[in-house]
Design a protein around this ligand. Structure first.
Ligand code: KIV
Ligand code: NA
Length: 266
């Protein structure tokens, strides 16, 4: 399959072809999503709460991200692989940001990185872009900032906040960002950003008007014990996995597994 590249993102926006993105944290799921034709695989810092038992994304480290980034990159044959930069690994300076991004690309094999924030990070985006690393922005509800945002809340309500988001998205695009994730903002605000910025908007809780959509895969597949309102369950993989584990347990206890077919003779 032909690799999805950054110029395909802008092309998709121009043609009005929706872009698909899912998170992935390991090679097993990444291979399945890649074969299913998902355009972009994101090793989200949501690995912290989705996979590693943390409550939020805040404790996630670069060391924790790298093995996941490597596994997804090795498994993805078509998808564009995007690695999140975790909290505390990029904010201090464009140089800090570049150093972390280089690790994601060089050690992890990612094709692009994503980090949270607007106009104040324009120079970060510029330095990475000039250094050969495509950047995906992330605006609206940015989970790494939940302590200052006052919890998981819709952002960009009201004219002033909405205009602020538009300006942030524009600043990221002008700095060279190749796409921008819009999380938990009113649909009309996402529509407005999608209309005015030249790069694709990838929505999550941002309505159907974005140029693409992203979901955390454990929400998408029905693996999570709780999911936000904006996440639709497209499957019941959790229930199926539970069923398989129960049946395996029963078969071992009843000595019906392994059977003759699964056993070596002398
Ligand atoms: O970490 C993550 O999964 C994300 C997506 C929700 C966009 O940032
Ligand atoms: Na994230």
């Amino acid at each position: 399959p032909k690799r999805v590249r950054v110029h395909h993102l802008r092309q998709a926006k121009e043609r009005g072809e929706p872009l698909t993105m899912l998170t992935a944290y390991d090679g097993v799921s990444a291979r399945i999503f890649d074969e299913a034709g998902i355009d972009m695989l994101l090793i989200g810092d949501s690995i912290g709460n989705a996979m590693h038992g943390h409550e939020t994304t805040i404790p996630v480290t670069v060391e924790e991200m790298l093995p996941a980034v490597r596994a997804v990159s090795l498994a993805a044959r078509r998808a564009l692989v995007v690695a999140d930069l975790p909290f505390g690994s990029y904010e201090a300076s464009p140089q800090q940001c570049l150093a972390t991004a280089v690790r994601m690309v060089k050690e992890g094999g990612a094709h692009a990185v994503k980090f949270e924030g607007g106009a104040h990070l324009a120079q970060h985006v510029q330095l990475l872009t000039r250094s050969g690393i495509p950047v995906v922005g992330h605006l609206g509800f940015t989970p790494q900032a939940e302590n200052i945002l006052g919890g998981k809340r819709v952002q960009g309500r009201g004219n002033e906040a909405a205009e602020h988001l538009v300006a942030d998205a524009m600043a990221l695009a002008e700095a060279g960002a190749v796409a921008v994730v819009l999380e938990m903002i009113p649909a009309p605000v996402a529509d407005r950003i999608t209309e005015v910025v030249p790069i694709p908007t990838i929505g999550i809780g941002a309505g159907p008007g974005c140029d693409g959509q992203v979901l955390v895969w454990i929400d998408m597949a029905g693996m999570a014990s709780w999911s936000p309102r904006f996440a639709r369950r497209f499957g019941e993989v959790g229930a199926e996995l539970y069923r398989a584990a129960r049946e395996y347990g029963t078969a071992v206890r009843e000595r019906t597994f392994p059977g003759p077919e699964e056993t070596f003779e002398q």
